[in-house]
Design a protein around this ligand. Structure first.
Ligand code: SOE
Length: 393
């Protein structure tokens, strides 16, 4: 059977954890969603040819490149999907946008505000020529989170007063968990703050529709050296602890309080040392007429409290977000069957392809990514000098 829709030819840079998540999304999205263009997995790019070839075979990428510059030169590539560590995002994204390629870039957008500003500027310029850019805050696309935003925007919470957000993992608690790029400031920009704190900053701004205007932060590194493990180590794992140790140059935990530009206040916590918490990305928003609460460890549920109900019987209700009327759900399984971590990446592909086909700017944009970056930088500055820092929002 032939497919009359226009192909959208994807070139993905990087192929580790995020590369696998994006690969499954490019493969799966057209099978479950009726997309306006047809994504083709045209090329995967990685410096290690053998490893990139294995990924190509496993996920169905049609060709392999070992230099991202070669990928940008190919006229059979329409989208550059950046799944590499943060220190490469700015260079690749700006070059790709200037080459007329749409860009999807993993979070956080960059390692510094200056890089993020240059990227947002390049995206704004490219948009004038119909070239689109999106940053990958995938948790926005968990159906329960998309629904939380809709309820907040539709007025179910009234005036928002409090945001409480946490991202808690424990994969670094073992002091012999080896070094990886996520523990190297040069490559990752920061530690818990940028890796997982960035997600809750984006989610809080997304759900409430307001921006964080100022912060007071504290950051700490609990384990300052770890076994050296080479370039390809990904999350977790344990070494014998006998070998050479190298320095951890990022934060293990970051906490901060904030003021939003609508007058509400927030408390944020990001750590990879919360023993027993595996991927507890939580947000609670309290408004004058109701509250919302979400925990990714129970990701198909959104809790809602209606402050207008009779106090005698009022209480948080668990909305199981698995019905066809809920965001993104209709394309998947029969009602009640639930989704997982990978579906956020698939929904990201759906939204990006739709925006490209419609000729609209996708969300979150590079400007949204820059706003998050400014919050991260303000938290770092505040933690360093012990004062409150503004973000410019
Ligand atoms: C590691 O902490 C990590 O993989 C993050 O880098 C991802 O963004 C998050 O989705 C899961 O945790």
């Amino acid at each position: 059977m032939t497919d009359a829709r226009t192909d959208l030819r994807i070139g993905m840079v990087g192929y580790a954890f995020m590369g696998a998540a994006h690969s499954q999304a490019w493969r799966t999205a057209p099978a479950f969603f009726d997309l306006p263009m047809h994504p083709r997995m045209t090329a995967v790019c990685g410096r290690d040819k053998e490893a990139a070839t294995k990924v190509a075979e496993r996920f169905g990428w049609e060709s392999v490149e070992t230099d991202w510059r070669a990928l940008l030169e190919r006229d059979d590539i329409d989208v550059i999907d950046i799944c590499t560590p943060g220190d490469t995002h700015a260079e690749i994204a700006i070059a790709a946008l200037r080459a007329g390629k749409h860009v999807l870039c993993e979070k956080p957008l960059a390692n510094t505000v200056a890089e993020a500003e240059a990227m947002a500027e390049a995206a704004a310029e490219a948009a004038q020529h119909g070239v689109r850019a999106m940053v990958g805050f995938t948790y926005r696309r968990t159906p329960a989170v998309a629904m939380a935003r809709k309820l907040a925007a539709d007025g179910w919470l009234g005036t928002i007063r409090h945001v409480r957000a946490q991202y808690l993992q424990d994969w670094l608690n073992d002091e012999n968990t080896p070094l990886s790029w996520r523990l190297d400031k040069e490559k990752a920009g920061s530690g818990a703050l940028g890796d997982i704190g960035a997600h809750i900053v984006d989610m809080a701004q997304f759900v409430t529709g307001s921006r964080i205007a100022s912060v007071s932060g504290l950051m700490e590194t609990f384990v300052t050296t770890r076994p050296v493990a080479g370039d390809h180590a990904t999350l977790g794992g344990s070494s014998s602890g006998d070998g050479e140790r190298g320095p951890v140059t990022v934060d293990d935990a970051a906490v901060f309080t904030s003021r939003f530009d609508d007058g509400s206040v927030g408390v944020f916590e990001a750590t990879r040392f919360a023993t027993g918490r595996k991927n507890a990305l939580r947000i609670e928003v309290n408004g004058s007429t109701g509250s919302l609460a979400f925990d990714f460890e129970d990701m198909n549920v959104l809790q809602y409290f209606d402050a207008n109900e009779d106090p005698a019987t009022a209480g948080f209700r668990r909305i199981i977000v698995t019905e066809a009327t809920h965001p993104y759900v209709a394309a998947w399984w029969p009602p009640g069957h639930g989704l997982g971590y990978e579906h956020g990446f698939t929904h990201q592909v759906v939204d990006l392809v739709t925006a490209i086909a419609d000729g609209t700017d996708p969300s979150p944009s590079f400007a949204d990514g820059l706003a998050v970056q400014r919050v991260l930088a303000a938290v770092e500055a505040s933690s360093a000098d012990g004062t409150t820092h503004t973000t410019g929002a």
